[in-house]
Design a protein around this ligand. Structure first.
Ligand code: SF4
Ligand code: SF4
Length: 324
């Protein structure tokens, strides 16, 4: 039975159907596994949402069964939070429902041997910068590195670019490209409405960083995880037009630790969509536009074979539904 099979659950037929009909609603999204986290990052939106309760595992499984009965597509799920590996048991059971799963972790807890999932590990800078953002010292940074430097797992680093850390992008690439991780996804900080914090890069600065990342892709290739096409959409002349009508609402779902729907996305109602730096809306543009989606798939087929196409969905899940 499909749900019992480890590893890939996508078939070529799935992709043909997506190519012909487009992505169904609620095709991808995130579940807040827990309200708890063992870090206190400066850019964290989740802690500002002040959750203090979570559904039990039994209640989540009941919810999934109900969703199944209602025809929920169970395609791509990001397991987020909080620190989701504080509650592995829920992911152990819950991930069986979805075709692709991505666990968004801060890397401080040893990664379980789950070869069927992708891990997105937040490391927002080299040791010194990581400490400025998370408050934890170099010994924790080295522990994270040991935890995630695994060639038996599919690991990508998630780097939330802010004013505090953009200067270490080159050093980050030089350091982490020597590890077993598959790449780094550089996204941008999304401020809350009215926020004028030191974290947000203005548009001009953000464009410069994007240009730099695109030029670094010539050297590092796909180790820089986000494609040129998606970075193009994130620039100042295009991004506000996209996020003003964020396409995530057409294809996404977001559930909080109590299993309630979050609006408009995992970042919650206070997020300033006009300055969104998450890959989610831009990735959703591809998912909701067959003219763009089919060439992206075609590139994957040509470059890496059909197996890689199934990995495409697995890996191109927005890598920062939250900023963990
Ligand atoms: S914060 Fe970003 S991802 Fe969330 S709804 Fe707004 S534009 Fe979309
Ligand atoms: S950003 Fe992630 S790791 Fe950091 S405090 Fe928030 S939930 Fe925890």
């Amino acid at each position: 039975m499909l749900l019992d099979k480890p590893g890939n659950k996508w078939s070529v037929l799935d992709f043909i159907e997506i190519g012909m009909k487009g992505m169904p609603g609620a095709a991808l999204g995130g579940i807040d596994v827990t309200y708890r986290c063992n870090l206190r990052c400066r850019h964290c939106y989740f802690l500002k949402q002040h959750y203090h309760k979570e559904l039990s595992i039994e209640e989540w499984l009941e919810k999934f069964e109900k969703m199944k009965a209602e025809g929920f597509p169970f395609m791509i799920c990001g397991w987020i939070g909080g620190e989701p590996l504080l509650r592995k048991e829920l992911i152990e059971e819950g991930r069986k429902y979805f075709k692709s799963n991505v666990v968004f972790t801060n890397g401080t807890i040893e990664l379980p041997y789950w070869p069927d999932v992708a891990f997105s590990v937040s490391v927002h800078g080299t040791a010194e910068y990581h400490e400025r953002i998370t408050g934890v010292g170099p010994e924790v940074y080295q522990k994270i590195k040991r935890n995630v430097d695994r060639d038996d797992l599919d690991v990508v680093i998630s780097f939330c670019v802010t004013r505090l850390n953009y200067k270490c992008i080159d050093a980050m690439l030089a350091e982490w490209s020597k590890t077993a991780v598959n790449g780094i996804a550089f996204e941008f900080y999304t401020p809350m409405k009215g926020e004028n914090s030191e974290l947000w890069l203005n548009w001009e600065e953000r464009d410069r960083v994007i240009d730099h990342l695109v030029s670094l892709r010539k050297e590092y290739g796909d180790f820089i995880w986000i494609t040129d096409r998606m970075y193009r959409l994130m620039k100042s002349d295009m991004a506000p037009g996209i996020t003003a009508h964020c396409p995530f609402s057409k294809v996404g779902f977001s559930l909080d630790p109590m299993g309630r729907t979050k609006i408009p996305c995992q970042l919650g109602p206070e997020a300033d969509c006009s300055r969104c730096g998450c890959i989610l809306p831009f990735f959703s543009v591809l998912l909701t536009n067959r003219r763009l989606l089919i060439p992206e798939f075609a590139v994957s087929v040509t470059k890496r074979g059909v197996q890689a196409v199934s990995k495409y969905m697995h890996r191109h899940m927005p890598v920062r539904l939250h900023e963990a």
